[in-house]
Design a protein around this ligand. Structure first.
Ligand code: SF4
Ligand code: SF4
Length: 395
């Protein structure tokens, strides 16, 4: 393991933990597994021990060694069984940036060759296909063919003011492809001049961060920035909160970066979306990266409330306290059972509101919750905010 994977602030923060256990109380992985070793407090203790064991001075003074291989393997298993939901960071009274720490720790474990083998698959997929699913990248915009009235240009224009960056999940997963279809039709209704990047869109890089493969990131960012520049665009719209977070926090600030829910709110305020009455009771699930991560709480709610006929009810745990759906942090690839168990608790919470539909603003949340609902025949509709607006479009 290499201490260079942590910045100075992180190294200082590690010593600040007061063992208060608040982080364990809100952790969806702990609640779903009843395994305290998945908590932030356990991880902090393990990390501190490992770093001290590595330090030459500490070793000389106290004769401690680095962790044995099997100990490290066990620790690594707990580190990757986390959705990176950031709830621990939200409640930590000392203000430790736990989510960033988990990303650095994953990178450290990859450098130390102690990581789940699925990470190799993610790396190979990205290197060979430029997307996480090993799909043909030329087929990124194939979902356009499923639209009823797709224009001849297939939304692949040489120049446009707005680039809609779809993200890997929406581009390739049939369950999630309804989101770009809905957004493209809303954009058409609102006369938004936009283009896709098609095969020139590469993975945004978020799966690399989550997998501890930060070293690969730069090449992908450089490629995507150049692809947007070539379109002459000044704004990038993203319906995926993880892509949104990457473009906001890791890419150079060259373009206006807007989440789809924010763009929809702009269209609503400008009266550019013709609505019909939609009599439905819905609740809203805040995606972790959009809510806790980017503090976008109000815009999706305003958009939902603007639809005539829709009754909106909040979840018991909403906004910054919203419980993860189980779909983050590459958890589904690492431990599908735990991911499904977290989704179960989420759906139970949703059902307690009496809503007919749970609306969210994330393709991965839709995929995770929808998979659980379908497998378990739960009478609940799962919709992205783009799909809700699409349902309410007056044609
Ligand atoms: S990020 Fe979420 S799942 Fe991971 S340790 Fe923190 S609270 Fe638990
Ligand atoms: S909430 Fe923060 S201070 Fe408390 S145990 Fe967790 S990491 Fe340590």
């Amino acid at each position: 393991m290499a201490n260079q994977d942590y910045n100075v602030i992180q190294l200082l923060e590690m010593g600040a933990c007061t063992n208060c256990t608040v982080c364990a109380d809100v952790c969806p992985a702990v609640a779903a597994s009843l395994d305290g070793e998945l908590s932030a407090i356990f991880r902090m203790k393990g990390l501190n021990q490992i770093l001290k064991g590595r330090s030459g001075l500490f070793r000389r003074l106290f004769g401690k060694k680095g962790p044995a291989e099997d100990q490290l393997k066990h620790f690594s298993d707990t580190v990757f069984r986390c959705t990176l939901c950031g709830n621990c960071q939200e409640v930590c009274p000392v203000g430790i940036h736990l989510k960033d720490l988990w990303l650095s720790l994953r990178q450290d474990l990859v450098h130390s060759e102690s990581y789940p083998k699925k990470i190799d698959m993610i790396r190979e997929n990205l290197e060979e296909s430029r997307n996480v699913f090993a799909e043909d990248n030329e087929e990124r915009a194939e979902w356009v063919e499923d639209m009823r009235d797709a224009p001849d240009h297939g939304y692949l224009k040489n120049r446009a003011e707005v680039v809609y960056f779809t993200g890997c999940v929406a581009a390739y997963f049939p369950l999630a492809q309804k989101i770009p279809i809905a957004l493209a039709e809303i954009f058409d209704a609102g006369e938004v001049g936009f283009t896709l990047l098609g095969e020139e869109e590469w993975c945004c890089g978020f799966p690399m961060l989550g997998a501890g493969l930060k070293d690969m990131l730069q090449e992908f960012m450089d490629h995507n920035i150049e692809a947007v520049r070539e379109k002459g665009a000044n704004e990038v719209v993203l319906a995926c909160p993880s892509c949104f977070q990457m473009w906001r926090e890791y890419y150079p600030h060259e373009f206006q970066i807007t989440h789809a829910s924010q763009y929809l709110m702009r269209l609503v305020k400008e009266n550019r979306i013709p609505f019909k009455e939609l009599p439905m009771t819905v609740t809203y699930h805040d995606p972790c990266d959009l809510g806790r991560g980017a503090r976008v709480f109000d815009e999706p709610r305003e958009v939902i409330r603007s639809i005539p006929g829709v009754k909106f009810v909040e979840l018991p745990k909403d906004r910054e306290n919203c419980q993860c759906c189980g779909g983050g942090g590459n958890l589904e690839m690492i431990d599908a059972k735990l991911s499904a168990e977290i989704a179960k608790r989420k759906i139970e919470e949703v059902m307690s509101t009496g809503a007919e539909a749970v609306v969210t603003s994330c393709q991965q949340c839709v995929r995770t919750m929808m998979t659980y609902v379908r497998r378990n025949k739960v009478p609940l509709e799962v919709l992205d905010i783009t799909q809700l607006i699409h349902k309410a479009l007056k044609r």
